[in-house]
Ligand binder design. Structure first.
Ligand SMILES: Nc1ncnc2c1ncn2[C@@H]1O[C@H](COP(=O)(O)OP(=O)(O)OP(=O)(O)O)[C@@H](O)[C@H]1O
Length: 782
């Protein structure tokens, strides 16, 4: 069998021997052509198609959460989107325009450019707020250790040179001495290395803490967390930016500091050490550095030219990761509903699709990186090493060349020390004749090993500096996302919103939102109530999409006048609460509210992380409760008022549990009412907040609230609650409304008549009468 194979190989070798060189040339040529195409084509493409690409990618970024994105390719399908993102603004126009202008300067495709520098400076100011802070102290310590590390590298390079020299010289005594030194150096060297890593992690954590604190401050300022999700459409996934992106920025900046500082020290000190070494060999000081600098500069230019847009790629990756996390989050928070529906197929397909988008992007990134890294490695590993070898050989070969040209003049390879020694003892010429060749070889080995080590450290330093460029461009991607989040949060807290708006409905009434350029102006005036009154004078109800739901609403309500709000679905009842609470801008008219004396209870009650006590006192803390001199006995009474005493029989006030899952729908609603009784506000905005509570308990609750002196503004479809109200605001669903005193008896009669009519067989007369009654009751006409 082996003979058969060898014969076959023999034959094939003969067959291919003629074409072998041709074949190799073809393979190398094809590889080079493919490489040149891969590197060259994107360059040509970017030069020719650059403007279109940039605008495309910007558009894609703008429309994210509001436009509907196709799952597979991330294209926007929003058919009727406005050409410009509409900006909604309230607050001081001068400040707003200054903030917008500054923020506009800082946007664009993430790369190593002016926008990145501005964004980075902004983040650095947050991460290092002053010269005298913990971060500067840590950075100084880090710098000192990096510097010490470089010194040690030079010392070790020399030591290794000496060790090799004594091996070549066959001098065991000196070899052992140098080896002992080498082991002794290992102790501080390992300590310094560990300290460098420790300080890098500490700095990263400090930076992260600063950024997180700053972002939380902005996130919770003027309800920005609500505004950026509902009123503004620029932040696709705030959670991803607040967690992952901030963490990446902090760790990358901390890492880059060492990555750039250490090589700078290395290059500087290695250059000095190498210069001394070259000087000691009486060689030319200029040739080596000129050759090295030339090669490094050319390599850097080539890499800069062919470098893909890592910043943009990294920003897109973060965006896609954020989307995947968002889909996961939705499943976690709606697990029960999905399980009831058996909707796992749909949810799984959403997850898969989100994951596929991410993997497709990562594959694209890996492919782009492959070609770049190949070129990078070729230049840095092979071209530089070759150059290093040439430079190291120069002091060895050049004197030989010179000696051949000028044979009479002798240049020895001995060290300066030996030169002086040989000059001082001319009589020992016979000895030196024997020992000189051995000494000369060991000295040359010493020189070569030291120079090689120094050059290696130096070239590693330059390599790290150059690959830092890639890291900086990647950092630009994350920086852009974090800085952009800060800008949007800042603007949102100042009332500046950008949102892609879908086509408007027909204008209702004579109110139209006024635009300044592409910015709708919130012209309404808001006053703080002096006597706990609520007054709306010609206030329009306008949605974040700039749809006018009600053109002009006027209501005058005093404390003690309980208001019932009715109307068909989508007529603007909850929106009125949003305007009263200051969540939505006031686009016209005048609004007077006692904002701090109002307490809102939604239909879907929110359960906070914490124990049972925390559920009742929210948004107060335990310290607030103590300050208000409210005891657990008082809380127990409140629990009895809302008929939740049975929970106290099985649970204590102090156990932390997931109350969203533990409590039933009705129990959660009653818990929300318990909050109302704890806070005892002047006004309660009740948005169908007892729809899951039994009618008799609900009546009890309403009576208790009135007895406590709380004025009720209630949205409800239950006639049993009418009797607790004195006034009625009835919307007709067409933008019109009626505000009057509530005549409960006549309303009840109408309701009774409607119920009786519904039991009768269908007829034109019945339909006509039902229409009239529904209009009067402000109910949906079916
Ligand atoms: N965040 C939003 N962005 C855009 N439009 C919104 C937003 N919230 C509500 N709307 C729209 O505003 C209109 C009024 O909504 P609102 O919630 O006030 O209705 P509602 O009268 O409370 O209805 P329901 O009785 O069904 O609760 C609706 O057409 C709704 O689609």
């Amino acid at each position: 069998m082996p003979s058969v194979v060898s014969k076959f190989l023999d034959k094939s070798e003969k067959a291919f021997s003629k074409n072998q060189s041709l074949l190799s040339t073809a393979v190398i040529g094809t590889a080079l052509a493919a490489y040149a195409y891969k590197i060259g084509y994107p360059l040509v493409e970017s030069l020719i198609f650059k403007p279109n690409r940039e605008s495309d990618s910007l558009n894609n970024n703008l429309v994210k959460p509001n436009g509907i994105k196709s799952a597979a390719n991330g294209e926007v399908k929003s058919a009727t989107k406005k050409p410009n993102g509409v900006v909604q603004t309230h607050g001081d126009p001068k400040t707003n325009s200054a903030i917008s202008k500054r923020n506009r300067l800082m946007t664009g495709i993430p790369n190593f450019n002016l926008a990145f520098i501005l964004q980075f400076i902004k983040l650095v100011r947050i991460m290092i707020p002053s010269i005298l802070c913990a971060e500067t102290a840590l950075l100084s310590g880090h710098t000192i250790f990096l510097f010490l590390r470089t010194f040690l590298s030079i010392y070790v390079a020399n030591l290794e040179g000496a060790i090799v020299k004594f091996i070549v010289r066959k001098d065991p005594n000196n070899f052992v001495k140098q080896l002992m030194k080498w082991f002794a150096v290992a102790v501080p060297a390992t300590f310094i290395n560990s300290m460098i890593r420790y300080l890098e992690s500490r700095i990263a954590l400090r930076f992260r803490t600063r950024l997180v604190e700053h972002s939380y401050k902005l996130y919770f300022k003027n309800q920005s967390y609500y505004r950026v999700t509902v009123l503004d459409g620029r932040l696709d996934n705030c959670a991803q930016r607040l967690t992952d992106d901030i963490e990446t920025v902090a760790s990358t900046v901390s890492h880059l500091y060492g990555q750039i500082t250490k090589p700078c020290f290395d290059i500087l000190l290695m250059a000095i050490a190498l210069a001394n070494l070259v000087k000691s060999r009486n060689s030319n000081l200029l040739i080596g550095p000129v050759i090295i600098s030339g090669v490094v500069v050319v390599s850097a230019l080539v890499l800069r030219l062919v470098s893909p847009r890592f910043g943009q790629l990294v920003a897109q990756e973060a965006e896609k990761k954020g989307y995947l996390r968002h889909v996961h989050g939705r499943i976690v928070s709606n697990a029960e509903e999905i399980a009831f529906y058996n909707g796992h197929k749909v949810e799984q397909s959403h997850l898969r699709s989100a994951f596929r988008i991410l993997t497709q992007h990562l594959e694209h990134m890996f492919a782009v990186k492959l070609w770049f890294v190949m070129l990078e490695q070729f230049l840095m590993k092979y071209v530089w090493s070759g150059t290093g070898m040439i430079v190291v050989s120069l002091p060895v070969f050049l004197p030989q060349v010179i000696r051949q040209v000028r044979p009479k003049k002798t240049i020895s390879f001995t060290s300066p020390k030996q030169i002086t020694a040989s000059q001082a003892e001319p009589s020992t010429s016979q000895n030196s004749e024997i020992s000189e060749p051995e000494d000369s070889v060991s000295e040359r080995t010493h020189y070569f090993t030291t120079a090689k080590n120094l050059l290696l450290t130096g070239s590693n330093a330059v390599e790290r500096l150059m690959s830092s460029y890639k890291d900086i461009v990647e950092l630009a991607g994350h920086t852009a996302r974090v800085a952009n989040m800060f800008s949007v949060l800042e603007e949102a807290s100042n009332g500046i919103y950008h949102k892609t708006v879908v086509a408007k409905k027909e204008t209702i009434g004579d109110f139209e939102v006024e635009f300044n350029g592409d910015q709708p102006v919130a012209k309404g005036k808001v006053f703080a109530a002096t006597h706990n009154e609520i007054i709306l004078k010609n206030v329009p109800i306008v949605t974040p999409n700039c749809d006018v739901v009600c053109p002009s609403l006027s209501v005058n309500l005093k404390s003690g006048q309980h208001l019932l709000i009715t109307g068909p679905n989508g007529c603007g009842k909850s929106s009125l609460f949003r305007i009263l609470s200051g969540l939505w801008p006031v686009y016209g008219g005048e609004l007077t509210t006692p904002r701090n004396s109002m307490f809102y209870i939604p239909q879907r009650p929110y359960m906070v992380i914490g124990n049972l006590r925390d559920q009742i006192i929210y948004p107060d803390t335990y310290a607030d409760m103590i300050n208000k001199q409210i005891t657990e006995t008082d809380l127990r009474k409140i629990m009895q008022m809302v008929h939740l005493e049975h929970i106290l029989e099985r649970d204590t006030f102090h156990e932390i549990k997931d109350w969203t899952d533990i409590l039933s729908g009705g129990e959660k609603q009653r818990m929300a009412v318990a909050r109302l009784f704890y806070h005892k506000p002047k006004y309660a905005l009740l948005d169908e907040c007892t729809s899951a509570v039994s009618i008799d308990v609900e009546s009890n609750i309403y009576q208790t609230a009135i007895d406590m002196g709380i004025t009720l503004l209630t949205i409800t479809h239950r006639p049993t609650l009418w009797k607790f109200h004195t006034h009625i605001l009835q919307f007709d669903g067409q933008g019109y409304w009626e505000f009057s005193e509530l005549n409960c008896t006549s309303r009840m009669d109408l309701k009774k008549e409607k119920d009786e009519l519904l039991l009768k067989p269908n007829s034109d007369e019945k339909t006509q009468r039902l229409k009239e009654i529904n209009k009067e009751l402000g109910e949906d006409d079916v």
